[in-house]
Design a protein around this ligand. Sequence first.
Ligand SMILES: Nc1ncnc2c1ncn2[C@@H]1O[C@H](COP(=O)(O)OP(=O)(O)OP(=O)(O)O)[C@@H](O)[C@H]1O
Ligand SMILES: [Mg+2]
Length: 343
Amino acid sequence: MAGGNPLSMGRAIAVDLGTANTRIFVKGQGLVLNEPSMVAVDGRSGAVVAVGHEAKRMRGRTPKNIRLVRPIKDGVIADFDLCEQMFKQFLQRVSTSRWSKPSVVVVVPSEVTGVESRAVKDAAEFAGARRPVGVIEETMAAAIGLGLPIHEPSANLVVSIGGGTTEVAVISLGGIVTENSVRVGGDEFNNIIVAGFKRIFKLDIGENTAEEVKIHLGSAWPLAQEIVGDVGGRDTSTGLPRTQEVTTNQIREILDDGVDKIIDAIRKTLERTPPELASDVISNGMYIVGGGALLAGLEERVTHETGIQTFIASEPLLTVILGAGLSLENLSTIKGLAPQGDD
Ligand SMILES: Nc1ncnc2c1ncn2[C@@H]1O[C@H](COP(=O)(O)OP(=O)(O)OP(=O)(O)O)[C@@H](O)[C@H]1O
Ligand SMILES: [Mg+2]
């Protein structure tokens, strides 16, 4: 590349600041950090008492004076101050040199606004990144992580189901041709489960429990073996702790509206895709990444409802960060770095 690779000097790092999890990839080392995007704050002093795994362990069990905050909502920064502090602590954990600032590329949602993108870059600079900070779109990073031939004149459909959002993109010739995103992801599934338990079983359950139910009993398509599980919570009428027996059929029904919203987002993207590219997608199939891709039976459900052969990434929680890490070697997919400077 003319003008040299700005990431070739010193250390280069890719960061995926996700709604649910933050991941950091160091060029030459690989994935070095994978922790919940969570901060525990002392309610009185406002001081950060824990970040990442340590903070998540406190969820549902925090003493009165400790507040748990997730500074990223729907893929963008919601609490700027805490995001900066979390980012800084994570970056410090992976930094080896106190003297040189690393070059940083941050993953952003595909439909990020200029202001949101600026905020992420500022947070990275606060955390210790060298200027300028580059960004890469989440679906583009996913396509690279999947090893798809993104530079060819053939379209690929990528869906990323994260904690906060589902992003859908058709990628061809190294760029995003059509995209769509909905604020439905793993968090919304958890909320739907909490609401469903209240409505159907008259049981209040916590967020951690809802997430466990989703992971162990949730599905989007009939299972080869339907199972029964026990879920603990608080009876909404007596106020006392109670255990409820639930079936995987019941949980599937509860999750159904959420899954439908994701399928709608995929359909809408396809409707807006030019015909030649749509026919490429039909022959190439669709790829799903992100933690939401792990919902049992999603592959069958999406294939059935869209008529397009669907593939789940082999490690869906890591595809985006691995792709962002690979992009450090080939800057054509990164925006905002000199000398291209399309900031
Ligand atoms: N087996 C599973 N079944 C269903 N959902 C799962 C499973 N494992 C993890 N998840 C969900 O995946 C979500 C996290 O995914 P991921 O780490 O890809 O999100 P993120 O990148 O932080 O979010 P975003 O990209 O929206 O900012 C969580 O909501 C988690 O509950
Ligand atoms: Mg993500």
